[in-house]
Design a protein around this ligand. Structure first.
Ligand code: ATP
Ligand code: PRP
Length: 212
């Protein structure tokens, strides 16, 4: 097995906060990674390499052991349901998963629910004994109730700006979301010392309150 610790980082909105947290923990991600189009970065001094993945793909890279550890939102972790260890709540990229609708929405027998998270949504309504038809979309989810594609949506809310600007309301908060550190099951055993050391450094940084 490789000695280098391979870390799957999500591109996009989590990356900025995750890379800042890693740096605060003394794990040297060079600044020039931030604006680069490169997908693999080696940091030999730290014995680490980073791969830049689409957020939804991070659990896949970790499950297959291409990456030993990864950073991913709890939303994606629940939706993808991969066979990985969840090691640490990093407390970054905070938002929430909610059921959203138009303010004048009236209950219907078999509502249509549009979402990027069909597994999470299906499970949520199933557990509540509510029969719904889940429609998978890939973005601009708030559009669906506005144009009559769906009665409700399940989506992320952070500032609430998207809801306000589109005249939608949060009907139920399903769960809070932050980013998590995850590990491949075999790597966790074979590289336990290195993974545990990294985990400890991140945890100490979080406890120092350097991060939210
Ligand atoms: N306001 C927000 N909306 C959506 N996700 C958020 C928000 N704030 C934090 N997050 C976190 O960021 C992750 C999504 O990051 P990002 O938007 O960069 O990726 P993405 O969903 O692949 O985006 P896109 O498909 O638009 O490129 C989510 O999994 C979630 O954990
Ligand atoms: O509460 P807010 O701060 O407005 O954030 C929530 C919005 O941000 C996300 O969309 P994103 O920007 O990722 O675009 P998308 O619609 O293409 O997924 C999410 O899907 C909401 O639409």
């Amino acid at each position: 097995m490789r000695d280098t610790l391979m870390v799957a980082m999500p591109k996009g909105r989590i990356y900025k906060q995750a890379s800042q947290l890693f740096r605060e923990a003394g794990l040297p991600i060079p600044d020039d990674f931030d604006d680069s189009r490169k997908l693999i970065f080696d940091v030999p001094d730290a014995g680490m390499s980073f791969i830049m993945a689409k957020p939804v793909d991070v659990p896949t890279y970790v499950e297959y052991g291409v990456a030993d550890i990864g950073v991913v939102g709890k939303d994606v972790l629940m939706e993808e349901n991969k066979d990985v260890y969840e090691l640490l709540d990093l407390g970054i990229a905070k938002c929430r998963m909610s059921v959203i609708g138009l303010p004048d929405w009236k209950p219907v027998i078999h509502p249509r629910v549009a979402t990027k998270y069909p597994n999470v949504a299906s499970q949520y309504f199933r557990e509540r004994g509510q029969q719904v038809e889940v429609i998978k979309l890939n973005g601009s989810i708030e559009l669906a109730p506005l144009v009559g594609l769906a009665d409700r949506i399940v989506d992320m809310v952070e500032t609430g700006a998207t809801l306000r600007e589109n005249g939608l309301v949060e009907m139920e908060t399903m769960f809070d979301v932050t980013s998590r550190l995850i590990a491949n099951r075999v790597s966790y055993r074979m590289k336990n010392e290195a993974i545990q050391a990294l985990c400890d450094r991140l945890q100490q940084t979080l406890q120092r309150g350097a991060r939210p």
